[in-house]
Design a protein around this ligand. Structure first.
Ligand code: JHZ
Ligand code: ZN
Length: 403
C-alpha cells in the first residue's frame, strides 16, 4: 500500500529530512463516521531534500490506487480558476496554434478546464483515474476515459483519444511516484510537433508563503523549475516556456515539446532566478514549527473564550493544518464546503463534520480559512456574515483576522 524511500525518486541520490509533520492520515480520506475518521491509519509526513539533485519530495509513496480510485476532491466553481484558465489558454496559444488541435488532459477531474478550452480546439478527451468523478464528468457531457494515465495504459488511451497536439497535466505530476515513467508516457502520446503543459504548486511560493499545509501525502513532489526541466529533458522533452501563476498560492506552468525550439524570456528569467533553495527550506521548516505552535495556541484560547469556530473549506491543505496542530472536532465542530460529495462526511484525524456552506447548524463567530487560496471570492460570498460581525481567520503566512 505504501513504500518508504531512502533515495530520491528523480535521481537515486540520498534524501535529507528537512521537516517532519509527524504521522497523519491521508488528507482526502474523508469518512462516514467520526469514529472511522479518528482511527484511520497514519503515515509519516516528512519533507526531504535530495542531496544530489536538490529535488524536494516526501520520503513516502502511497499507492495511487489508494489515493485516487475513489476521490472526494471536485474542482470548485470559482472565478479565480476561470481567470486562471483564460490566462493558461492564452499562454499556450502564444507557443502553439490551438485551432483543430487534439487535446488530452490527464487528471481532468470534473472537466472544468476541458470546458474552458473546448471552444478553442478541435477535439478533447480527459483521462481521470477516480472512477466516481470520471463517470460523473462523462454524464455531464465531458469526454472522459476512466483510467490511470501511465506507460501501461497509454496504448489503450491512444486508441481511444489519438495522439495529442496538446497534452495538459494540471496539479497531478506531484501526485505520482514514477515521474520519469509518466513523462515517458506523455512523450509517447504527443505528436512529433506536440506540446505538453504541466502545472503544479511552485515550491518557492510554498516556501515564501509559509504554506506548510501544501504538504500532504498526495503531494509527493514539490517542484521548482530546474528539477522539473531536468526530468523532462531526461525523457526527450525540450522546455519552451514557463511562468508562475498566483493560483493555489503560487503555481508553475512549464511547457515542453518533443521538437527543440526557442525558449521564452519568461522561462529564462525564472531559470535565472532559481538559485539553491536550501536556505529557504531551512527557514521554512523553522517558520512552520512556530506557525503550527502559534495556530494551536491562538485557536485554543479563542475557543476557551467561548468563540464558535468552523473551518471554511474541507480542503486537503486544511487536513494537514488540523492534524499538525492537533485541533479536532472538540475545538472546531464543523467545516463548511461547497462540494456535495463531502457533505455529512468527517475529516481525517480531526473528526470534524463537513456541512454545506448554506446549512450551518448555528452561525459561527469565525471561520478558519482553510481554503485560503479562494479568500477573495469566499469573503465576497460571505459579505452578510461579515456585516453581522463574523470574522475570517487567515492561517498563513502569519495568522491574522481578515478585514
Ligand atoms: P482547494 C486539492 O487540494 C487536492 P485542496 C489536490 N491534491 C491538489 O493538488 C489541489 O486541490 C490543487 C471548497 N470551496 O482547491 C471546495 C468552498 O467551500 O483549495 C473545495 O473542497 N467554497 C488535487 O483540497 C475547497 O473549498 C468556495 O467558494 O487543498 C477548496 O479546495 C470555494 C471556491 C471552494 O484544494
Ligand atoms: Zn535527486
Amino acid at each position: 500500500m505504501y513504500q518508504i524511500l531512502t533515495t530520491c525518486r528523480a535521481c537515486g541520490g540520498p534524501l535529507r529530512r528537512v521537516l517532519s509533520l509527524g504521522h497523519t492520515p491521508l488528507a482526502n480520506a474523508l469518512t462516514d463516521t467520526r469514529y472511522e475518521a479518528m482511527s484511520l491509519p497514519k503515515f509519516p509526513l516528512n519533507l526531504c531534500l535530495c542531496e544530489s539533485c536538490w529535488f524536494t519530495q516526501l520520503d513516502v509513496a502511497i499507492d495511487s490506487s489508494v489515493l485516487f480510485e475513489h476521490y472526494v476532491y471536485v474542482t470548485p466553481h470559482a472565478r479565480s480558476l476561470t481567470d486562471h484558465y483564460a490566462v493558461l489558454i492564452s499562454e499556450i496559444s502564444s507557443i502553439m496554434g490551438l485551432e483543430g488541435a487534439n487535446v488530452i488532459e490527464m487528471g481532468s477531474n470534473n472537466g472544468a478546464f476541458i470546458e474552458a478550452i473546448r471552444p478553442y480546439v478541435g477535439s478533447i478527451v480527459g483521462v481521470e483515474p477516480a472512477k466516481n468523478i470520471a463517470e460523473q464528468a462523462a454524464r455531464d457531457g465531458i469526454p472522459t476515459i476512466a483510467e490511470f494515465f501511465s506507460e501501461a495504459t497509454v496504448p489503450s488511451i491512444m486508441q481511444q483519444a489519438g495522439s495529442a497536439d496538446l497534452f495538459v497535466a494540471r496539479h497531478c505530476m506531484a501526485h505520482l511516484n514514477d515521474l520519469r515513467g509518466t513523462l515517458r508516457a506523455i512523450a509517447s502520446i504527443l505528436k512529433p510537433d506536440g506540446l505538453v503543459a504541466i502545472e503544479n504548486a511552485y515550491l518557492p511560493s510554498t516556501l515564501s508563503g509559509a504554506q506548510f499545509d501544501q504538504i500532504y501525502h498526495e503531494h509527493m513532489s514539490y517542484f521548482s523549475l530546474r528539477p522539473l526541466v531536468q526530468l523532462m529533458k531526461s525523457v526527450g522533452l525540450h522546455p519552451r516556456h514557463a511562468y508562475v501563476s498566483p493560483i493555489h498560492g503560487g503555481s508553475i506552468v512549464v511547457m515542453a515539446s518533443l521538437a527543440e525550439g526557442p525558449t521564452t524570456q519568461s522561462y529564462q528569467d525564472l531559470w535565472d532566478q532559481e538559485a539553491s533553495l536550501v536556505d529557504d527550506l531551512e527557514q521554512f521548516a523553522f517558520v512552520t514549527r512556530a506557525t503550527v505552535g502559534g495556530l494551536r495556541m491562538a485557536l485554543e484560547s479563542l475557543v476557551d473564550d467561548g468563540m464558535l469556530i468552523y473551518t471554511y473549506g474541507a480542503t486537503a491543505k486544511g487536513n494537514t493544518l488540523l492534524n499538525a496542530t492537533g485541533l479536532t472536532h472538540k475545538h472546531i465542530p464543523f467545516a463548511v464546503d461547497s462540494t456535495p460529495l463531502k457533505w455529512g462526511k468527517f475529516l481525517p484525524g480531526s473528526g470534524i463534520q463537513v456541512v454545506s456552506e448554506d446549512e450551518t447548524v448555528r452561525a459561527p463567530n469565525a471561520y478558519l480559512l482553510t481554503a485560503w487560496n479562494y479568500a477573495k471570492e469566499i469573503m465576497a460570498k460571505q459579505q452578510a456574515f461579515r456585516d453581522g460581525g463574523g470574522k475570517f481567520i487567515q492561517p498563513l503566512p502569519t495568522t491574522r483576522l481578515l478585514r
